[in-house]
Each structure stands twice: as structure tokens, then as C-alpha cells.
Design a protein around this ligand. Structure first.
Ligand code: ATP
Ligand code: MG
Ligand code: MG
Ligand code: MG
Length: 562
């Protein structure tokens, strides 16, 4: 590709509104341009990187038995009504009407569409298991789109859905996707951790997030320095199993909590009964109280939440965000529509523990004066304090470290939630009708590109890993006014193309300094400079990652590149 008429509008200056490196560099190197808040266009280089990442994803998904489909971005609202999510999803779901005044939504995710597809066309266990995936544009009206394509309102996602006939089948499908994700992110040369992500199933492995380690990550993860243990910090404390301590019978005062009418009431209840500073919100969800606790002395991302099932609540940050996720005003108490996945886990041994107050394993009740250790024991922990850096890992191997992470992928066992809601059944071996057992698996493709830039750059620009670089080589004729250089550049361009290299050829009549700066900024793995020694048949290779420069005779060039 000739750079002369290639759309790579590089910028010298750091765009004022770009806070993080990847956003700055993606703008500066001309990968993306903002069209509206949280809505981006990909310029040719950006599109090429997207495709590279997509191809890695495709190859691993296909290898794992996935079948690629393409579903509509625009979906009838009735489908979401049927699944019960139309109200639940809240303002993040973009809604529109057609000319006949019929309601539609822009797909934020595709469980409804895929479940009805499979419902209508897969009837027998003989066809199962099945894994369908797509790479497609998603829409979420994020309240705070930021960091460029890292959190945008229109973005590209790979979403896959598995359909099984048994729980064991789902376990295998899930494991296959988990492994595929590990391959995908490794091939993108990302430093990542797969973390347990849901406080709901205590000790369970029903959902994992793939977190790219990065200071600008919005999540905090706790991981062991000596084992695979890793968990989103919100759930790390509840990862360990809570057990009723055997020694003492519970001598606790059980108190009613559902009648708490205002947040102030609830907060004061907790304040009185706990020696922590706690801000709390009580939401009534499907007529059940959901308690959300925010420890005042912790950073936004270290907010602690009761073991409320469902990622929406687990991911809470501030009370305002909580309220938004739950689709109500801050401070509002009463029946509200929230995601189905948000509900109190009434049947766990401990619904919520802080020093002094804990769930009573009974709807609408709490214990006060809880003495952790006396009344409840946690396997792996001496007491019930929140997980800290330096704690022993719950699996007994190594010590807990904290890191910030960017969620690039998420795998989730759905079970029969959508198949039941939408009537997706199959006939089993005995001719009995059963609900399909589902899993869903997402990767933020555009976010992954940003995460790669976030981890692969230096002060001069992007340093693309070869696997996702938009071109293999940057061939630069340093002075196009020099006929010798110009001719050798042209000749090498043809040769390298014939050798199946994808080459960006800087044939622009620019000054050497500008060309080198741009070349470093674009960050292709290898630069081939055709300069003063062209007459002797010598070119200069620069390895972008190490900065190493090597003079090579053109007769050795192809061998050197191998
Ligand atoms: P987040 O916690 O960052 O809001 P999410 O948990 O809401 O993400 P999922 O529903 O799990 O996202 O979607 C699957 C993947 O899609 C995420 O792991 C992430 O990589 C990507 N993704 C989600 N929201 C966005 C967004 N606004 N912009 C870019 N990518 C996104
Ligand atoms: Mg989200
Ligand atoms: Mg998330
Ligand atoms: Mg997620």
C-alpha cells in the first residue's frame, strides 16, 4: 500500500480530550476518528488491525467448533419483552421505532435473537451441542463513554452462544471457550488474567472475565502470585466458602430488614450495627430486597457488595451508578425493573457479611452483632475482613496481589434462563421435551485493539505485536527526490509484495524526520529504510520493538526478514 494516498492522518500533538495512551495513540496514528461521543470511525489502518484481531478470534472459534453466523443489529423490542429484559436493561439499551410505530432496539447483546433462532430450527438432541458466534456491531448507550474505543457506545463484539443438552455438556462447552479465549488473548500478545467474576455462586466457576492487566483498567483484580487463582476484587472475599462455625450455636439477634423504608433507615441500621463506615442502598427487586453496600473508605472500584447475584450489581461503583444500573433514581426504594440476573441469594449460608451485620440466610432478615470467626468461618480466611494485598491465596498457594484490569472478554454459564423465557426446547433421547442449556461468551473486539495499544507502546508510538500489526513491513524511501533511492524503493516494494509481505510503502515527498517519526508512531514491526546507501544496494532495517538497526544488502534482505 502506497502511503502517498493512504488515509493515515497522523497527529503530532496529543489530542486534548484523550486521557489515556491508547486513545491518544489511536488518534495520533490515524487509526480512528470520533464521529460522535462514543461513536468512532475506523480509518484504513484501524480497520486492518480490527481484521487481524477478528481473524485470530475466528480461527480459534472455528477450531473450537464454533459456527459463524450474522444476526441483525436491529431487533424487535417484543423479543426483549418476551425474555423479560426490555425494562431491565435500562437506558443502556438504545431504542427506536420504525415508520409503523413498531418498537425496535439496537442490539446490546444477542441472547434473545439467537435463542429464538435455535428454538425454531433445532429440535432434537441429535443436533446438539452447538456453538454459534458472530462478530458484529453492538450498541450500548453508556452513560460515560470514554477512553476512545475502550468504552464506546457503538463497538464491535464477538459473541458466541452454546447450546447443550446437559450440565456436563455446558461445562465442556464453557471449558472449550475458556481455552479458546486463552489462545486468542495470548496470540494478541496481551498480558491477561482470567478471573472469577461472580459473587453469586460462591466458590463456583460460572463466569470468568478476561482481564488485561493495565493501570487504566476500571476493575481491580486479586490474584495469587503463585497459582492460577484470580478473582475480581468485588468477589474475592466471598470466593472462600462461608461456613457456620461449628463451635458456637448462633447467639445472634435476628432482625427484620425489609420494612426499612428509606435508605437513611437502612444506613443507620447498618451504622449502628457495624463498626464500618458503610453507605448502603436497599433496592426492592422483583419484590425482594437487594442490599448494596458501599464502603465509604474504599475507592470506587473497591466497592464491596453483598453477594448479590448478577454482574450488574457486582460491578457497582458509586451509589449513583448502582441506581442507574438498577434503573432507578438514587435513593428510590420500591418495586423497580432490574435485570433478572439481579436477585438476592437467600439460600446461601451468608448473604452478606461485614463486621457486625450479616445475612441470616433467610429472606428479609439479618443478624446483628455477628462475630466473624465465632459465628461464621470462612475456609481459607482467618476472619471475614476484605481481601488485602499480601493475604494468603484462598487456594493456599502464594500471596494475593492486586492489579487493575481491562475486561476484554467474558464467559458466562447461562443455564436455561433464556431458553425457558423464550421456549427454546429440544427432544431428548427419551423423546422428552427439555430446555436448552446455554452459555454465552463475549469478546470486545474493538476494546481488545485498544488494550493491545495500551500494553504495546513506547514514548514514540505504538509497537504492534506482529500478530496484529496492520502491515508486516514499513518500507520507507527516505528521499524520494533521489532517483536511486526512489527506484530501489519501488523495486523492493514489488519484490516484497511478491513474497507475500503486506507492505506499507512510504513514498511520500516528506522530510526524513517526518517519515521516521510517523513510522515509529505507526509502529509496524520492521522498518526498511532506503536511504543514502541505496547506490550500494544497502538498506537499513529498524526493529521497532528493540530499536535495533541493521544494515542489510538487498541480496540478503529476504533471508534476513525470515
Ligand atoms: P463493562 O464491564 O466494561 O461495562 P460488560 O461486562 O458490560 O463490560 P459484557 O456484557 O460482558 O460487557 O460484553 C462482552 C464484552 O464486550 C466485554 O467483555 C467487553 O470486552 C466488551 N464491551 C462491553 N461494553 C463495551 C463498550 N462500551 N465498549 C467497548 N467494548 C465493550
Ligand atoms: Mg457494561
Ligand atoms: Mg463487566
Ligand atoms: Mg462482562
Amino acid at each position: 500500500m502506497r502511503q502517498r494516498n493512504y488515509l493515515t492522518p497522523t497527529l503530532r500533538d496529543v489530542p486534548a480530550d484523550a486521557e489515556i495512551k491508547s486513545h491518544q495513540l489511536m488518534l495520533r496514528s490515524g487509526l480512528i476518528r470520533q464521529t460522535a461521543s462514543g461513536i468512532y470511525s475506523y480509518l484504513p489502518l484501524g480497520k486492518k488491525v480490527l481484521r487481524k484481531v477478528e481473524e485470530i478470534i475466528r480461527s480459534e472459534m472455528d477450531e473450537a467448533g464454533g459456527q459463524e453466523v450474522l444476526m441483525p443489529a436491529i431487533q424487535p423490542a417484543e423479543l426483549w419483552e418476551e425474555s423479560g429484559r426490555l425494562g431491565d436493561y435500562g437506558p443502556e439499551l438504545m431504542r427506536l421505532k420504525d415508520r409503523h410505530d413498531r418498537d425496535f432496539v439496537l442490539g446490546a447483546t444477542h441472547e434473545e435473537v439467537i435463542t429464538t433462532l435455535v428454538r425454531d430450527d433445532v429440535k432434537s438432541y441429535k443436533k446438539l451441542p452447538m456453538n454459534l458466534y458472530q462478530i458484529q456491531t453492538k450498541y450500548r448507550d453508556e452513560r460515560r463513554p470514554r477512553f476512545g474505543v475502550l468504552r464506546s457506545r457503538e463497538f464491535i463484539m464477538k459473541d458466541a452462544y452454546s447450546f447443550d443438552t446437559s450440565q456436563e455438556g455446558l461445562d465442556k462447552s464453557y471449558q472449550d471457550m475458556y481455552s479458546a479465549y486463552q489462545n486468542i488473548f495470548s496470540r494478541c500478545e496481551l498480558d491477561f488474567r482470567a478471573v472469577e467474576a461472580d459473587s453469586g455462586a460462591i466458590g463456583g466457576t460460572d463466569t470468568h472475565e478476561f482481564m488485561v492487566l493495565s493501570e487504566i483498567g476500571e476493575d481491580t483484580i486479586a490474584y495469587s502470585d503463585q497459582s492460577d487463582f484470580a478473582a475480581n476484587i468485588e468477589i474475592a472475599p466471598v470466593h472462600a466458602k462461608y461456613e457456620k462455625a461449628s463451635a458456637d450455636p448462633l447467639e445472634l439477634e435476628k432482625v427484620d430488614t425489609p420494612n426499612t423504608k428509606t435508605i437513611a433507615d437502612l444506613t443507620s441500621f447498618l451504622q449502628v450495627n457495624s463498626n464500618e463506615t458503610i453507605k448502603s442502598l436497599l433496592f426492592i427487586v422483583n419484590e425482594e430486597p437487594v442490599l448494596v453496600l458501599v464502603r465509604g473508605d474504599h475507592e470506587v472500584n473497591e466497592v464491596k457488595v453483598g453477594n448479590v447475584l448478577g454482574k450488574a450489581v457486582v460491578e457497582l461503583a458509586t451509589p449513583e451508578q448502582t441506581a442507574r444500573i438498577l434503573g432507578c433514581e438514587t435513593g428510590y426504594i420500591g418495586p423497580i425493573d432490574v435485570p433478572n440476573s439481579v436477585k438476592i441469594i437467600a439460600d446461601h449460608a451468608v448473604e452478606f457479611v461485614t463486621n457486625g451485620v450479616c445475612g441470616a440466610n433467610e429472606k428479609d432478615k439479618h443478624y446483628k452483632n455477628v462475630n466473624p470467626g465465632r459465628d461464621f468461618a470462612v475456609a481459607g480466611y482467618e476472619d471475614l475482613r476484605l481481601i488485602q494485598e499480601g493475604d494468603p491465596s484462598p487456594d493456599g498457594k502464594g500471596t494475593i496481589q492486586f492489579a487493575k484490569g481491562i475486561e476484554v472478554g467474558h464467559v458466562f454459564k447461562l443455564g436455561t434462563k433464556y431458553s425457558e423465557a423464550l421456549g427454546a426446547t429440544f427432544l431428548d433421547e427419551n423423546g422428552k421435551t427439555q430446555s436448552l442449556i446455554m452459555g454465552c461468551y463475549g469478546i470486545g473486539v474493538s476494546r481488545t485493539v485498544a488494550a493491545i495499544v495500551e500494553q504495546h507502546h513506547d514514548e514514540n508510538g505504538i509497537v504492534w505485536p506482529a500478530s496484529v500489526a496492520p502491515f508486516d513491513l514499513h518500507l520507507v524511501t527516505i528521499n524520494v527526490k533521489d532517483e536511486g533511492q526512489r527506484n530501489l524503493g519501488e523495486e523492493l516494494y514489488q519484490t516484497l509484495k511478491q513474497e507475500r509481505y503486506d507492505v506499507l510503502f512510504d513514498d511520500r515527498p516528506e522530510r526524513a524526520g517526518v517519515k521516521f517519526k510517523d513510522s515509529d508512531l505507526l509502529g509496524l514491526p520492521i522498518r526498511i529504510g532506503v536511504g543514502k546507501k541505496a547506490a550500494e544496494g544497502i538498506v537499513e532495517l529498524k526493529i521497532r520493538k528493540t530499536g535495533e538497526m541493521i544494515e542489510v544488502h538487498i541480496s540478503d534482505l529476504l533471508d534476513t526478514l525470515k
